[in-house]
Design a protein around this ligand. Sequence first.
Ligand code: NAP
Length: 291
Amino acid sequence: MTECAKETGAILLDGRALATTQFEVLAQQVRARLERGTPCPGLAILEIGEDPAARAYVRAIVRSGERIGLTTRRVRLDAQVAPAALADALDAMAADSSIAGIIVQYPVPAPLMSTVMAHLPPHKDVDGILPLNAGLLLQGDPLALVPATPLGGMALLRHYSIALEGRHAVVVGRSTVVGKPMAQLLLQANATVTVCHTRTRNLPELTRQADILAVAAGRAHLITAEMIKPGAVVIDFGVNFVDGKMEGDVDTAAVAAIAGAITPVPGGTGPMTNVMLMRNVLAAGERLAQS
Ligand code: NAP
């Protein structure tokens, strides 16, 4: 395992440090491409309506683009936009060779979701929200554009040389953006995977069997020390605000005394998400150039 900070026994899987080095790697790739005279198409961020929480996330994406020298373009539409106008905007982005990837910022007004799904081009779906990309992931196709958050969790496991083959991975959460793709990625890495959700009976019994426990439930402190197998690796995707403080889904302080390794919150999986989004944009851009 890579040398890293320790806290109450468990190795801290430092997403902030890994993100910093990974951003530099991506920045070098962008520079190299531009020096070769190869275009480096950027990211369009489609915002439909106003959402204060989304605004902060969009700012973070724009900053990530700046860190690696990649253009980001914000496209803002009114929440009342007509489906046909939304379709036109997406079709224009699909045809624009200066755009490699499109991220549609949530929340999308419910009546417009079907238009988004119908007009978002699969090869520019860098957030991996389309059924086609989910299906490619299911088939283990390397062309799949995979949601950035689980990719970040896997990058941390890889960076810290955590063995997955033949080990029991338990994923808590089955959303299409985190839980399910994380389970698929762990399966591809030859882990034996169990997926848990709100109807799971006796969650602690299952989490206690986990060599690798990945949690994406959106419930602060759902996972307590009694639910952990000694030495387990715990990946906490949760982002919850408790009394204004960011907390994960895991009771980090208590669990770190039992686990072998754990992602802190903040500073664990969060910083890796934008790195992996940028990596998806670069990969989509490379394929665009080859097509
Ligand atoms: P989501 O769509 O609300 O899904 C939550 C999942 O957790 C559901 O499958 C739900 O089960 C399950 N769940 C909820 N409470 C549970 C419980 N008590 N026991 C067992 N399972 C439970 O959330 P999401 O979009 O996947 O996000 C999950 C968390 O990750 C949130 O805190 C979110 O903010 C965070 N997140 C972090 C990043 C990052 O960059 N680190 C990115 C995206 C999301 P059912 O299916 O049965 O309802």
